[in-house]
Write a protein that binds this ligand. Sequence first.
Ligand code: WT7
Length: 649
Amino acid sequence: METGTPIAIKKAIQERCWIDSAAYQTLYRQSITDSVGFWRSQAERIDWFREPTQIRDVSFHPDDVHIHWFQDGELNATYNCIDRHLEKNGDGIALLWEPDQPHQQRREIRYRELHEQVCRLANTLTRLGVNKGDRVMLYMPMIPEAVFAMLACARIGAIHSVVFAGFSPDALAGRIADCQARLVITADAGRRAGKQVPLKANVDAALEKPGTDCVDTVLVVEHLGVAPDWHNGRDRRYSEEMAASSTHCPAVAMNAEDPLFILYTSGSTGKPKGVLHTTGGYLVYAALTHQVAFDYHPGQVYWCTADVGWITGHTYLVYGPLANGATCVMFEGVPNYPNDQRVGDIIDRYQVNILYTAPTAIRALMAGGDHCCQGSHRDSLRLLATAGEPINPAAWQWFHDVVGKGQAAVVDTWWQTETGGIMICPLPGAIEAKPGAATRPFFGVQPALLDNEGHILTGAAEGNLVIGDSWPGQARTLWGDHERFVQTYFSTFPGYYCTGDGARRDADGDYWITGRVDDVINVSGHRMGTAEVESALVAHPKVCEAAVVGYPHQLKGQGIYVYVTLNAGTDSNEALCEELRLWVRQEIGPIATPDLIHFTVDLPKTRSGKIMRRILRKVAANEHDSLGDISTLADPAVVASLVETRMNR
Ligand code: WT7
C-alpha cells in the first residue's frame, strides 16, 4: 500500500515498516470520514472476477441489522490465496510443516503443490456430492491437509466449519447438527505432545448422536497410519479419493457476500453460536490486517501458532498470509514439547521473522525461566505478536527482552471470532506499544466506551467496549439464527456492535482491554461460556446445581472455578471431584476441565432465586474482603460459609 516514507521500526535490525505515524493518522482519518473511498481502494488488493461497485450497505439498527460489503463483487478466496501467486511465485513455499515429533519427516508445500492438492481435493468433494453452499465439517489435526480442506471447500463454494480437534464427540455432534453438514473431513488420528488423539473414533461417536444423520460421507486422512473402525459406504480414504481426482479445477466465482465459513464460538448463554463470515469483505480485511499489523513483507517467514480450529488459525494462518503470498510455518505440536527449547529451535530452523502466539504460551515458557531460549539465536525475529487474552506486562516484557532479545517489536492484537480480523493494536512503526495495552484502532474501526446505561464516555474512562460502525471483516450473522445475532450484539447498546469486553482508555487515548463483561471466560486464550460448563455439570446424575466462574490463574490467564451442590444422599469427596472433571472433559473437551471444584450446600441467591455471580467471582478470586453489598441475598450466611471453604488460597 501507499504509505509514504518507511521508517525504522527497531534501529537494531534496520527494518522498514509499511506505516509510520503520519501515515496512520492520515489513513485512519480517511477510513472514517471516507469509508467508501478507503475500502474501495483497499479492495484492489484482491483479484476480483468482477470488481465491486457497491462498497457498503450496512445498518446496526436493531430493527434491521444488515452488513453487506462489496455486494456486487465476485471473487474466489482460493484464487486469491493460490492461483494468483503461481506465475511469479509458484516455487515459493506456502507452508513449512513442523511435525509434533522433532525427528519426524518435515514437509514443504510450495504454492504450485498447494494448488494441485486443493484442486484435487475440491474435485474429490464435488465427486462425493458436495455442492456450492453445502456445509463441510473439518475435525483435523494441524497438518497441511487441514489447510487443503479449508481451501478446497472455498474453491467450490462449500462452507467449511472447522471444529477444534480437542473438542469431544458431543461438542462435534452439536455443531454438525446445527449446520446440517453433509460431509466430515478428519484424520485417522492426531498427535500432540506425543499423545495420540483418536479423531476418527470421535467422529464415529459423534455420528451416533441425534441430529447428525445429515452426514453421508466421512473422508479420512491417513495421518498416523492407525486403522480405525470402518463404515463401508460412508467412510472414504483420502489417499484413494485424491488419486482418483484431477488436478484441474477452476475456482468458482462467488459473490462477495456468499458464505466462506462458519466457526462456532461460545456465548454467555445457551449452545455455541455459528459465527458466519462471508467471502469478499473478510478476505480484504484478512489480507490488509495481516500485511500491516505484522508489517509483513514479501519473502519473510511468518509463524502463527494458532490451531486451525480457532479464528486466529483461519485469518492469520490461512486466509490472510496466503492471500499475501507468505511463507507460513505450521506446527503440529505444542511449544514446550519435547522440551522448552522447541520454540527457539523452530524459529532458528526456519529463520522465522514474525511470530504470532498467545500470552498463555508465553507465560508457560516464561515459567521455566530463560532456559527456553538457550541453544537458539532467534536473530531472524523482527516482530512478535500476541492475541486471544490480555497479556500481563511482565509476560510482555519477557517476550520482548528475552525471546526477541529487545530487537523485535511486540504487537498485542485485540479482536474476536466475530470481528474476523484485528481491531485494535499498535501498528508497528506507527504506534508506540505499551506493555499490556492494545492501544489504537485499526483502519475503519471506531471504538467507543459506554457506561451500563449506554451513555458515551469521553476522555480517559473505563466502560463497555463497543464499535460504532461496520468494517469489512465483521461477521454477518449467526448460522440459522439472525435474531440471536441481533440480540447478542446489537440490542444492548442500539446503534453499536457490542463486543462483550470491557476496556479502559488512558489519557493518551490508548485502549486497554480489561476482559469480558459477560459470562464468558477465557482459559488459556480459549473462549468458554460458563453456561456451557454448567449445563455439562448438571447433566451429571449426582449434581443438583452448578455455577461456574473464572478466577485469575498464573499460567492460563483464567482458570475454571466450579461451585457444585449435590443431590440428597451424595457425599462430596476426592473421587467425585475426579469423576466430575472427567465428565466435563467428555461432555465438552479437555479445554473445559474444571481447575477447582468447590462443593457447597448452598449458593448465594437473591430473593427471586437468581445466583449472585458477582459474589462467586470474588470468592473464587480470593477477594472476599471486597464482596460489596450482600444485603439483597435471601440468606447472607451462605457467603461466610463459602469464604470459609474457598478453594483458591
Ligand atoms: C475474546 C475473543 C484474538 C482472536 C482470537 C480469540 C479476548 C482477544 C485479546 C487481547 C485482551 C483479548 C477478548 C475477546 N481477547 N484478544 N489482545 N487482549 N483480550 O477470539 O475466541 O473469539 O475470543 O478474547 O475477551 O472478546 P475469541
